[in-house]
Design a binder for this molecule. Structure first.
Ligand code: 3PY
Ligand code: MG
Length: 272
């Protein structure tokens, strides 16, 4: 069986009316539900917010979202009531700062090699004295000067989650979670499976053991963790292990599922 990491979006789902009467396809319980945004689609963000997702994760590592689009999307998502994280394209100073300057609520740092790499990259996400984030006078500073309280407040508001998706990062997960600049971690199951020599991710018992190692470390550190959980089985596992947020879909799979549902109306099967 093929396991897609970003999404399974096995639709069409049946919308339910939530507590406040809004249309909601998702539960309000933890883990909070996130979707990946792979293309610069404002409509995808609006629809996700309308149906009940809480968190948008702009994927600048594998998606096709440039910096100017990301700047607009961050503002738009926040206006739509979404929490917005950016998975930066690379765990480097400039892109981490740009994402946070745009007003993102947090950054996911991909391809972290080990604790030393996490310490270097996570420092870019926090202002001194915690880290070394540069001061940008951008949206998050309301385009002007701020008083000193801003820096501590911004450090607390914005999350920095290094990804655990390499052999070294998994080995150092406790040390990574111990960093003051790190608020939590996010697992990259596909890369972790590949780099641990298991081939493509298939939610094997060894994958679950790796996830448990991360969840135990996060619990011990009192910090958050997240993971893609696009199937009922992986979602139940993530909930059981106490994940704070999970990704369950992405804009491209949602399109694929929706378009295939259109064919179904005409009694046609999607082309392979
Ligand atoms: C991975 O599975 O490697 C990821 O980065 C998830 O997006
Ligand atoms: Mg990855």
């Amino acid at each position: 069986m093929k396991h897609r990491v970003h999404s399974s979006c096995r639709g069409p789902a049946t919308p339910e009316v939530g507590n406040e009467g809004e249309l909601s396809m998702v539960s309000k319980d933890t883990p909070q539900l996130a979707f990946w945004l792979e293309t610069p689609s404002l409509a995808a963000c609006e629809i996700a917010a309308l149906v009940g997702y809480r968190i948008a994760i702009l994927d600048m590592e594998h998606g096709v979202i440039g910096p100017e689009a990301a700047d607009r999307l961050v503002a738009h998502c926040r206006l739509a009531g979404l929490t917005v994280y950016v998975r930066v394209g690379t765990s480097e100073r400039m892109v981490i700062q740009l994402a946070l300057d745009s007003g993102a609520d947090g950054v996911l740092l991909p391809q972290i090699a080990d604790a030393a790499h996490a310490a270097e990259a996570a420092a870019y996400a926090k202002y001194a004295p915690l880290g070394t984030r540069g001061v940008g006078y951008s949206r998050t500073m309301r385009y002007g000067a701020v008083d000193d309280r801003f820096y501590a407040d911004e450090n607390a508001r914005t999350l920095c989650h290094p990804m655990i998706e390499t052999v070294g990062a998994l080995k150092d997960v406790e040390a990574i979670l111990a960093l003051d600049t790190v608020d939590g971690v996010f697992i990259g199951p596909s890369d972790l499976s590949m780099l641990r020599g298991r081939g493509g991710f298939a939610f094997r018992k060894e994958d679950k053991a790796d996830f448990r190692r991360v969840s135990a470390a996060a619990r011990k550190a009192g910090k958050a963790w997240g993971v893609p959980a696009p199937s009922a089985e992986s979602f139940a596992f993530a909930r059981e292990e106490g994940a704070q947020y999970v990704t369950v879909c992405d804009d491209l799979t949602a399109l694929q599922v929706g378009l295939a549902a259109g064919l179904d109306v005409a009694g046609k099967k999607p082309a392979k």
